[in-house]
Design a binder for this molecule. Structure first.
Ligand code: NAP
Length: 292
């Protein structure tokens, strides 16, 4: 194996520890604990698991977690009303609407109902718009992309002039990662399902961020020797030898790429744990903003 593995669990633990200490100091100075409201609409099992972990992680660092659930039959107005109510609630510093919302609900309108000062997920159109504009700063950076950048900075303190390829252009991962890389002065190529010559483009990358949601799509011979490879993908593949009948793999063929890349993030235990750590950090920042 040539690649240095970046341990997301250890890095996330470090961030969580820092947030916990800062929250304790915040509360010791007489201010209320930061509050994070989670909004879960419908019965998506994965969403329930994610929200549960986010609430548990919040409690562990001293952030007050307020959970709200609506049925899959909730109307657009009901979801927006709840978000507005939370937006007006002083105990709530950050609002997290778990995505995806059930079909039929307008995600953009729901997210726009969160004021940008409470948009700890960083998906409000104004925060994303500021991320895309030169000379403007978003109040919050989306959590998974922030986790990707945190890991990259650990191994490449300067990304200036680096050739970066982002596989995927979703609102929650690919596009914000690409915007953050541009802000860090990398030269960025964004690839997606209509991209031609994908392996050739990927081979040009000194830094590769894979966020496509296709199990082990990036093969060893797609990767430039020594490249830094961040694998965001979380995909289930059948595996009868596992108690649950499946295992999790990334978008990168780990066994091949570990012998070519210079740095690689594993799945699980790579970017995944960073996402929640960044949410906690954003929630603490939101409390600071509200109490300026
Ligand atoms: P998504 O919304 O489905 O977007 C996938 C992107 O990949 C799209 O831009 C799509 O292109 C592109 N794509 C799909 N098939 C492709 C192909 N064959 N060749 C090139 N590009 C292709 O997914 P997402 O929400 O960004 O998530 C991506 C992966 O990250 C998933 O495995 C997800 O589970 C994982 N994820 C992990 C975390 C974490 O905390 N670690 C957080 C979020 C997501 P088009 O735009 O042309 O359709």
């Amino acid at each position: 194996m040539t690649a240095q593995l970046l341990d997301g669990n250890a890095l996330a633990e470090q961030v969580r520890h820092e947030v916990k200490e800062e929250v304790a100091a915040w509360v010791a100075s007489g201010r209320p604990a930061p509050g994070l409201a989670t909004v879960l609409v419908g019965d998506n099992p994965a969403s329930h698991v994610y929200v549960r972990s986010k609430r548990k992680a919040s409690a562990e660092v001293g952030i007050e977690s307020l959970g709200y659930e609506l049925p899959a039959t909730a109307t657009q107005a009901e979801v927006e009303d709840l978000v507005r109510q939370l937006d007006a609630d002083e105990r709530v510093n950050g609002i997290l609407v778990q995505l995806p919302l059930p079909s039929g609900l307008d995600e953009e309108r729901v997210l726009s109902a969160i004021s940008i000062e409470k948009d700890v997920d960083g998906f409000h159109p104004l925060n994303i718009g500021r991320l895309a504009q030169k000379g403007r700063d978003p109040l919050f950076i989306p959590c998974t992309p922030a986790g990707v950048m945190y890991m990259l900075k650990r191994v490449l303190p300067s990304l200036e002039g680096v050739n970066a390829v982002v596989l995927g252009r979703s609102n929650i991962v690919g596009m914000p990662v690409a915007l953050l890389l541009v802000r860090a002065n990398a030269t960025v190529t964004i690839c997606h399902s209509r991209t031609k010559n994908l392996p050739e483009l990927v081979r040009s990358a000194d830094v590769l961020v894979a966020a496509v949601g296709k199990a082990e799509m990036v093969r060893g011979d797609w990767v430039k020797p020594g490249a830094v490879v961040i694998d965001v993908g979380i995909n289930r593949v059948e595996d009868a030898s596992r108690p649950r009948g499946y295992r999790l793999v990334g978008d990168v063929a780990f066994d091949e790429v570990k012998d070519v890349a210079g740095v690689l993030t594993p799945v699980p235990g790579g970017v995944g744990p960073m996402t929640i750590a960044m949410l906690l950090s954003n929630t603490l920042s939101a409390a600071r903003l509200a109490n300026k």
